[in-house]
Ligand binder design. Sequence first.
Ligand code: FCB
Length: 453
Amino acid sequence: MALITFPEDFIWGVATSSHQIEGAWEENGRGESIWDRFSSTPGKIEDGSDASRACDHYHRWREDIELLKWLGVDAYRFSIAWPRVMPNGKTANPAGLDFYDRLIDALLRIDVQPFVTLYHWDLPQALQDEGGWANRKLVDDFVAYVDLVTGKLGDRVRNWITHNEPWCIAFLGHEVGQHAPGHQDPREALVVAHNLLVSHGEAVGIIRSNSPKASIGIVLNLVPAFAASPDEQDERAATIFDGIFNRWFLDPIFRGSYPQDAIAFRNRRGDLETDEPNFIKGGDFEKITTPLDFLGVNYYSRIVVRAGKDDEPVAVKVVPDKDFTDMGWEVYPEGLYLMLKRLKDEYGIGCIYITENGAAYSDRPGEDGKIHDERRVRYLRDHLIQAKRAVDDGVDLKGYFVWSLLDNFEWAHGYTKRFGLFWVDYITQKRLPKNSAFWYRDVIAKRGFKIED
Ligand code: FCB
């Protein structure tokens, strides 16, 4: 029997995001978001659903706080809905901001630290109508929004996150088209990625002045890439994937430039006209490299690629179906260790939080009334073992957040994918702890767990 334990001050948490749980689309002056619009467009969401009710958290937040208390978490990561606090993206709506004000006070009363994400994808539609993130003017709007929120809540919030997963915003939203606003324009996606990075850098300064005692970070979704064979071409494709996915954000933030090999690849594909794209303005990298207090890592899986035409990375499946979650993502815990280690060794990154890790499995209440999601327990346990390995190897990992507290609206998958520690009955809105919730609660209480040797 081995004991996997974490430092006493390690932060155990769970994560959610506004659009995925709140519902109450039209309440207290909330404006339309790009996800409201996108979900109303036929064919965009797998089950034809939308998040107008979701987990009804906007009304049930007190009950949800009880769940956090029951779990015994140290921290709760959630996001602020920009269209709730600025319905048209520009004008403040005090009633919207009050919701988060009350939520934060209630969390602090039970000694749960809020980790607040400022942008988790729900852009006010009014700003999309002006071009959205493809329009550089949005940087100023974002900074004004951040100023409003952190000015009001910065006295109590000690951990701020600027953006959640800029890769998804830029590329799923503007190149693949699977996420709002649903565009398919690679060049636009690159512009969006850049504007997001600039807005991140500018926001850090504003947060520092409004919330001087706070730690500030950004959350990246990082996916280690492996070649499907030892062929040189496949190896090249894996490196390219890493460049256009991971390093596209890590390099600007921590090294002050885009990765040259990935720029060259984008150039070859015709997505960029030159090696020095004209959307980069003088002084941008100074902003983007504004020092941070932590990096948030969302880790779910790895990717295995082979080389397609012109070394284009093409994903391949190399293991049996049982090793995949309902998202079709391979369960590959070691990738978490490798990524954390790399962030320390290659980028010299200090403080890191795992801001999301979790699995979609469809287990529902059985005849005994329990939810036997042992696959989720195994997933979380095996990733925590790898996280601990990283800590032992000197990675300054400060905390871990399970995605997610509740089953919720999983973007383009609607309600077909369930990531929660708590099962949600979307008709009655009842929450029911899955076996993984009991397990996680025990891990938190003991600051670790035992494993068979
Ligand atoms: C991440 C998102 C989060 C959730 C999980 C499953 O990409 O940040 O909102 O959808 O995936």
